[in-house]
Structures are given as structure tokens and as C-alpha cells.
Ligand binder design. Sequence first.
Ligand code: OAD
Length: 247
Amino acid sequence: MSLLLEKHFIDALKKARRIVFFTGSGISAESGIPTFRGEEGLWNKFKPEELANFNAFIKNPALVTDWYNFRREIVRKALPNPGHLSIYEFEKFYDVTVVTQNVDNLHKRAGSSIVLELHGNIERNFCISCGKDAVEMPEKDKSGVFRCECGGLLRPGVVWFGENLPTAIFDAAEVAISKSDLVFVVGTSLQVYPAASLVQFAKGCNCYIVEINTENTPGSYLADQKFIGKSGAHLSAILEHVKRFRG
Ligand code: OAD
């Protein structure tokens, strides 16, 4: 896809040294991983209150364990798409930090060096009793759950509704944004806080903001440049422009 870029955006790309990519589930949609909202979204088919909070886990750990195994399987079979791969390639031309709400590992698998995972990682599991990470996953026990050596329940290392984001990661995201010239906001509905507040934060830091999404979002009004469409094609096309003046 060729893309005609406006002069102010080209100027911002030319001047920039540090870039943050702030991503959500939309960037992984082209890898076959379902998003959360919208018609085909996971939260349109499943209830977050039964699956993605601590009380639900305590009430029915086997159900929640199965749900995360189901998602883990999808993620393991998925491959990074041109969106993830383009973000990695931007590292040839800029200092890049990826701040993601995704738990799917695809930015890391694409090669990105700095990935701040605001909502954790689906491959991580830790014990709710002793707090230790599971190095290797055991077999499920008779009741269909994974148990730590200490006997406690192993839960996925993702942030559930009602839980705090990891403070050090969120702080690192703010620092990266405050030092950056340009922030790309890609494939997120900006409906989940505090992650979504990072876009207002970026505006307050005078970053040039680019939004790429298949539809408008509550944060679109903050964007200096907006692209409506798929992230894979748009990021690849923007990267081609960058190669022309920085390659
Ligand atoms: P959402 O499902 O809320 O939003 C996905 C966004 O991606 C929507 O705005 C779509 O329009 C857009 N989109 C879909 N396909 C796209 C494509 N090919 N290219 C570009 N954009 C596309 O997902 P998130 O914003 O990531 O939280 O959701 C935020 C959080 O809500 C998730 O991290 C998760 C969820 O509950 C936790 O698990 C804590």
C-alpha cells in the first residue's frame, strides 16, 4: 500500500529521535488474535466478570484456567504480522519503546528490544499463595487447576479487572513517553484506564501523536495525524517513507 503523508507528519518523522508505540489488541488482530471489544471481540462473547478478575478465579479456578489455556493456544499459534515487524524495523532509525496492553508476546517475538507490558504476559504464571513464578507448568490436578510446589493455585500473570497495573512498568512508560518526540497509538479502543490515560499524558508532554485504528476512538481528537485502517498496512507504508529519508 502506498500512502500519501501530510507535510507536518513527514516533518515530525524527520525531526524525531525517540518514538513510543502504544499498542492494543487491534495490532494483533491481523495475526488472528481476537480483540476484546466490537462485534467479534472476546467481551462480546464471554463475560469478563466471570473470567478476568480475582474473585472469578477463586470461585471457579478450573473455568478461568481453561479460558487462559484456550487463549494461550491461540497466541502460541499466532505469528507477528507486518504491524509488529514494522515497529521492530523502526529501531533501525529511531530509539523505540513499545508500550503495550497486549499479553500475547508478539512484539517480543517480532524482535522489539524494549517492550513494556502494562497488562502482564499470558505466558507467565505465579502462585497466589507464595507469589513465586512457575518456571515450568505442572500437569493440571484432579480438579482441573495448576498448583505450585507449595500447593497454592497458579494464576496467569495478567492484570485482571480491579487490579493495579505494575507500578514500575507504568512509570517506565510515562518516562519513555515524556522523553519521546512522537507517539503512535495503534489498535486500541482507549476504553481501559489507566492505560488509556497515557495518550493524554503524551499530549501534555507535547509529543506529536499519530493514531492508527480501523475506527475513531475517544482519543482521536488528541491525534495530530490520524489513519483509519489496518495497522499492518499503515505501519509498513509509513516505514517505507522513513526508509526514503533515513535509509
Ligand atoms: P479493544 O478490543 O478494546 O480495542 C481494539 C481496537 O483495535 C478497536 O479500537 C478496533 O477498532 C481496533 N482494531 C481492530 N482491528 C484493527 C486492525 N487490524 N488495525 C488497527 N486497529 C484495529 O482492545 P484494547 O484497546 O487493547 O485488558 O483493550 C484494552 C484492554 O481491555 C485489554 O488490554 C484487556 C481488555 O479487557 C486486560 O486484559 C486487563
